[in-house]
Ligand binder design. Structure first.
Ligand code: HEM
Length: 464
């Protein structure tokens, strides 16, 4: 590399300046295997509303917090998810929260909400911490400074955690089955521009749908078996997420969910709740390895508050810098870089721009979190942005890792608690370092992940 190359190489992966102009359709197809958001032109990051010249109907990128608020909250009834997204989510999750709409969604959300409130989440925390401790022992048992793919490691850990949180001790059989099914489904869900072409598009979509159905059959059978077992003796069942979902009742009329509805929600929670947390943690390790000063501050907080012991749910509010590290990591690398595309049912107006019925609305945390009008030096990892003083006055809809409005992530508290506990357990002993010569590129597959994994050396901290 020449000196000029080195100077032009961005410090952190995915932080190169956006192109002045979007690449051609064919170039976009060629680059579709990476992170599509990196192809967006600079104007998206500068304008409140961006209207690309599209080949396939009218679309608006809404990048202004008031505009986002209008779509996700103030006029939410006018902006349901698009039929294409609903169709695919339904192929996997049936009528689960991600895919359902209207009264079904409303009832399920109400019935499920208590299982995700802070009190319930606190009751899952011991299983999360214990699973992470066991996982750290698996790291301890590896040879000195072993090299691992940290993206795969985090996927395995979060899968183990969601399985334990959901199924307690019955989880072991399901871990492998679920991991395979979800991995496959993510690949099948790799949408690109070919999927919206006439003739080819519908055929590709149908083939993906069929593949998803076939792949879910085994996992479904295992989940139905487990629901039936639990229903036989609910009173003595462990108080995990599965028991709570089976027992949950609508506070207004006492109605609960049947086995199919519980199955749909179980799959939804798996799919929505494990890879997202895994990629969050992967990017956290990457960022800390690149910025030792921030890592040292994190270690100092963990050492001062925990002194080497296992963290609990009660410790979480006492770890503000840990929280800031997680929040800033999700700003630069939002685990869900785009929330589901919405479509306007009726004419509307967003930030003074007329929206015609049928217009597709793209809202992307990736764009919002790097928007030039909302953040200083958005390409810099600076956890202190999220301290109390600097957060004052930031619009709620400028920062959207968990979405917003009534369809905000139901698992947000659970995810933050889980990520804090994982970071607190593992960073007390380890400071992973990127393998020499490892280059990191981004890829979007619903979640934002490192394209070819991320090889890291598991260095033990000197103090540990
Ligand atoms: C860091 C981790 C996570 C991130 C970044 C994340 C992000 C999101 C986002 C952006 C949405 C809104 C999508 C939209 O409006 O189109 C969402 C919805 C959802 N998330 Fe999460 N999520 C995370 C973890 C979890 C966990 C741990 C669970 C469950 C255990 C979960 C369950 C769900 C469900 C069920 C929905 C649909 C909610 C609804 O439509 O009512 N998520 N998530």
């Amino acid at each position: 590399m020449t000196v000029a190359d080195i100077l032009e190489t961005p410090f952190l992966a995915g932080t190169a300046p956006p192109p002045a102009k979007a690449p051609s359709f064919f170039k976009q197809l060629r680059l579709a295997n990476g992170n599509q958001y990196e192809m967006l032109p600079m104007a998206v990051y500068e304008q409140p509303i961006f209207q690309p010249k599209g080949l396939f109907g009218r679309m608006l990128w809404v990048n202004d917090p008031d505009g986002v608020r209008r779509v996700l909250l103030d006029n939410v009834a006018n902006y349901p998810k698009t039929d294409m997204e609903k169709r695919f989510f339904t192929a996997m999750f049936g009528e689960g929260l991600l895919s359902s709409d209207g009264q079904t969604w409303k009832t399920h959300r109400k019935v499920m909400a208590p299982s995700f409130d802070p009190r319930s989440v606190a009751s899952y925390a011991p299983a999360m911490a214990e699973t992470t401790l066991a996982f750290r022992e698996h790291w301890d048992a590896l040879a000195n400074n072993p090299e691992v793919d940290i993206a795969e490691e985090m996927k395995l850990l979060t899968l183990q955690i969601i399985c334990k949180t959901m199924f307690s001790s019955d989880a072991d059989d399901l871990i492998e089955l679920t991991g395979k099914t979800l991995g496959f489904t993510q690949t099948a869900l790799n949408f690109n521009l070919l999927d919206i072409l006439p003739i080819i598009g519908p055929r590709r979509l149908k083939a993906k749908e069929d593949a998803i159905h076939a792949d879910f059959a085994k996992m479904d059978a295992a989940i139905y078996r487990m629901i039936a077992e639990r229903e036989k003796n609910l009173a003595d069942a462990p108080k995990d997420l599965l028991t709570r979902l089976i027992a949950a009742k609508d506070p207004d009329n006492g109605a609960g969910m049947n086995a199919t509805e519980v199955r749909d929600e179980v799959i939804t929670i798996f799919m929505a709740g494990h890879e997202t947390t895994a990629v969050t943690m992967t990017w956290v390790w990457y960022l800390l390895s690149q910025q030792p000063a921030e890592e040292t501050r994190l270690h100092a907080e963990l050492d001062a508050v925990l002194g080497g012991r296992t963290p609990t749910a009660e410790d979480v509010p006492n770890l503000p810098y840990t929280r800031m590290v997680l929040e800033e990591a999700m700003r630069i690398y939002p685990p869900a870089p785009g929330v589901s595309t919405r479509v306007a049912l009726k004419d509307d107006e967003i930030c003074g721009v007329k929206v015609r019925k049928g217009t597709q609305i793209a809202i992307a945390p990736w764009v919002l979190h790097r928007h030039r009008t909302l953040w200083d030096s958005p390409e810099v990892f600076d956890p202190e942005r999220f301290n109390v003083q600097r957060s004052v006055g930031r619009p709620r809809f400028a920062y959207l890792p968990f979405g917003g409005g009534p369809r905000v992530c139901i698992g947000a508290v659970l995810a933050m608690t889980e990520a804090t506990l994982i970071l607190a357990v593992l960073a007390q002993r380890y400071q992973p370092r990127l393998k020499d010569g490892e280059t990191v590129a981004l890829q979007t597959r619903i979640t934002l992940r490192p394209k070819d994994g991320m090889k890291m050396r598991l260095e033990k901290r000197a103090a540990a």
